[in-house]
Write a protein that binds this ligand. Sequence first.
Ligand code: GDP
Length: 264
Amino acid sequence: LLPILLHLYIYRRATPTTLPTFLLLGPSGSGKTALLTLAERAQAATTRTSTSPLAVEALLPDGLTPASSSYRSAGDPAFERARRFQLIDTPGHGKLRHYAISKLANPTNVRGIIFVVDAASVADETGLNEAAEYLHDVLLALQKRYTGAKTSKGPTEIPVLIAANKSDLFTALPPHLIKLSLEKAISNVRKSRATGLKESGAVLTADQGDLEEEREWLGEGGEGPFEFWQMEEVGMSVDVRGGNVVGTDGADVKTWFKWIADQL
Ligand code: GDP
């Protein structure tokens, strides 16, 4: 058994996944698994290697050009290689979120985060707050990674796509309203988290300096409302784009794949 295990180990070490990777995050029920399945099926005609149930290798659909290959033409081997990427699904359940968020601390090959929200469920307060809390934590983890980096160059930028899914539903909010609603809800999350910290700090009589340093404040230091553009200062662009994975008229995921193409 040992030689076999050793062989497997060496094999795995020798063939690391170097594909550009996109992490799928978001509340459960938002459509992450459906999107993963769609991406996998879309390239079922070509050779496919699923690395694990939660990760699939996918191919940029025809007609989209990877940003790094804009001067090459389809058929060029380098162009074809650049079309390949990996999507990794992460659990959206509350208790498993730390797993997803911990992945953000050291994201090897991660080119972007796709945060999937249910465009209909964010129309009500419960759904909106759930998405906002999760998104707040994801953005804060990315911000800490950026501000905590020791190199003078700083870490590579990680763009975030908020995929407003289920736009086929009658009750779905349009992307611009989702953006405004999330920004407002994240402002509230940010405020309540800061209050919680202050209260625990008072009990601990902690060193004020340390407390300042560990301030878990997302985005700009000011007390004004949170807006996504504030994340640009910490190496993140945040885009909100609508689409749907399933629906009576079929899937519409063009805007998301276009975003992926821009990161490749
Ligand atoms: P996950 O928990 O984020 O992985 O969510 P799933 O992929 O399991 O999707 C949850 C439910 O939403 C499933 O019943 C899907 O069929 C449904 N769903 C996913 N995408 C869409 C969509 O674009 N439109 C509609 N109407 N339903 C969707």
